[in-house]
Write a protein that binds this ligand. Structure first.
Ligand code: F6P
Length: 518
């Protein structure tokens, strides 16, 4: 399939002219005043998610140009190529198949016979993993599950287990150890007993130094505590089953190279989620994501939520020049969502060359950051309202709460509406320091409830919007070469901390190394 980079399309210069003529001065308040239908026009229902896009600096004419941009870049053909199993991860010569993991049917959808076989095997693995999760949930002797993994092998499962805590098995404590900083593992080991604990070693590659170091220490601790039965107390979630066996783990759940680390919570990497919420819950989680996949595949452009969001991201990054987006989930269980989205978007689209390696003359992934509301309001919202930079905010609100505490939910929802309203309206007549400029853009994503299905849909929505902006930018959203150099250098420095050898190091690193050895 042919991909055309956004700046090489005919419509790109039209967008530039539209921005220069009107876009840069766009006032959302005036747009509301002129168009009584604006809320309807710029709200969008998708499976399990309702989105209010109306408080953004966009109008129908700009959005039409952005749809043309998507057409001219070949975004929809690129999307279809992903679903069909083409090797769209071109720098690694891999297909991108996390969407297949959510498909309810075990029937293969790929023409490629190897991929088709692996798609079927993926369904068999899902069944095996869910059976394991159910057995473990019924095993009263196991009270603690420790997931050892980092990046995609940690952030997704951790975020989802926390998000779905009100659906979780009360008798299983879930722990997540990611950092090579021994404080993290030591703190967890201090709370658990070997005979009551299962360690899940989660690593796509089974070579990641942090995970391997933590896994080795956990195994040594287990034996030191008198543990012997590693088949019962250790399981590996990995594409590299031989390495897991070599490490001494016989219980394994595999996945394939067509599942990127940051897209892997739908695979065996999701086992902690399945243990927490059970097999039916995990199936609902997959079904919610699948419903969003179908929406992304079939909804016309003008009603395709991932497409509308991804194109708005491009408009903000490349025309308005906004360098960041703040994520504000108004549900405390979504506490780890900003961190999860950071990896999803910044590792996928934080690239300065296109998929052919040519330098890009425009900006790509913004910085994502945030905290749950209302906490953020009492910390950095000052900057969002009155700071010198405009930061689009993405609010996530949940209509129904699962606690019975009277009054709290109403206040929480009042706050999310008030913040979006304050960003939009501002306050001009208060004078000096009390003035709010307003016209600060925000999107509100609304879920009815936070459930496995709605969370699945919300995550798939985010995956696809990242796909759309990456596709427009002409980059490969599915590799992550930028993490490699630091890994190589850390391997070189580690023995130097022992030996004191500073040969070939820059003066700063050499000086710091010497201080660390003092
Ligand atoms: O270093 C980045 C990265 O490769 C991520 O892409 C990945 O999610 C993480 O490390 C963990 O990798 P693995 O699952 O192979 O241990």
């Amino acid at each position: 399939m042919t991909r055309i980079r956004c700046d090489q399309t005919a419509v790109w210069s039209q967008l530039q002219s539209a921005f220069a003529a009107e876009g840069q001065h766009f006032d959302v308040r005036a747009a509301f005043a002129q168009d009584a239908q604006r809320f309807t026009r710029f709200s969008q229902s998708a499976p399990h998610v309702f989105a209010d896009l109306s408080k953004n600096r966009i109008d129908a004419a700009t959005e039409a140009l952005l749809f043309t941009l998507a057409e001219q870049c070949g975004v929809l053909a690129h999307r279809d190529a992903m679903f069909a199993g083409e090797k769209i991860n071109t720098t690694e010569q891999r297909a991108v198949g996390h969407v297949w993991l959510r498909s309810p049917s075990p029937a293969p959808t790929c023409g490629d016979p190897t991929l088709a076989r692996e798609q079927v095997a993926a369904h068999a693995t899902l069944e095996a993993m869910l059976a394991y999760a159910e057995a473990l949930r019924q095993d009263a002797e196991i009270t603690d599950v420790v997931n050892i993994g980092i990046g995609g092998s940690d952030l997704g499962p951790q975020m989802a287990v926390r998000a779905l805590q009100s659906f979780a098995h009360a008798g299983k404590r879930m722990h997540f150890v990611s950092n090579v900083d021994g404080h993290e593992l030591a703190a967890v080991l201090a709370q658990v007993q070997a005979r009551h604990t299962v360690f899940l070693i989660a690593s796509k590659t089974f070579t990641t130094i942090e995970t391997m170091t933590n896994a080795a220490s956990a195994k040594a601790w287990f034996f030191a505590q008198g543990g012997t039965d590693t088949a019962r107390h250790f399981a590996a979630l990995t594409t590299n089953v031989p390495a897991a066996h070599a490490f001494g783990i016989s219980t394994t759940f595999g996945f394939w190279d067509w599942v990127g680390g940051r897209y892997s919570l739908w695979s065996a990497i999701g086992l902690p989620i399945a243990i927490a919420i059970g097999a039916p819950g995990f199936r609902d989680f997959l079904a919610g994501a699948h419903a969003m996949d179908e929406h992304f595949r079939s909804a016309p452009m003008a009603h395709n939520l991932p497409l509308r969001l991804g194109l708005l991201d491009v408009w903000y990054r490349n025309f308005h020049g906004f360098g960041s987006r703040s994520i504000a989930p108004y549900h405390s269980a979504l506490q780890r969502l900003p961190a999860y989205l950071q990896q999803l978007e910044m590792e996928s689209n934080g690239k300065r060359v296109d998929h052919q390696g040519a330098a890009l003359p425009f900006g790509t992934a913004p910085v994502l950051w945030g905290e749950p509301g209302t906490n953020g309001q009492h910390a950095y919202f000052q900057m969002l309202h009155q700071g010198s930079d405009v930061v689009p905010v993405e609010f996530i609100a949940v209509k129904h709460a699962r606690h019975g505490l009277a009054g709290h939910q109403q206040l929480l929802l009042a706050n999310v509406l008030a913040q979006a309203q304050a960003l939009l309206q501002g306050q001009a007549d208060a004078g000096g320091h009390r003035n709010f400029p307003g016209n600060r853009p925000s999107t509100l994503l609304l879920l009815d409830e936070l459930t496995p299905a709605t969370l699945g849909a919300l995550i798939a929505l985010q995956e696809h919007r990242v796909f759309v902006s990456g596709s427009v930018w002409g980059i490969n959203s599915f590799d992550q070469w930028g993490v490699e150099l630091g890994k190589v250098l850390a391997k070189d420095i580690a023995p130097r901390l022992q030996s004191g050898d500073v040969q070939g190091l820059d003066a700063s690193t050499a000086g710091l190394l010497a201080r660390l050895r003092d």
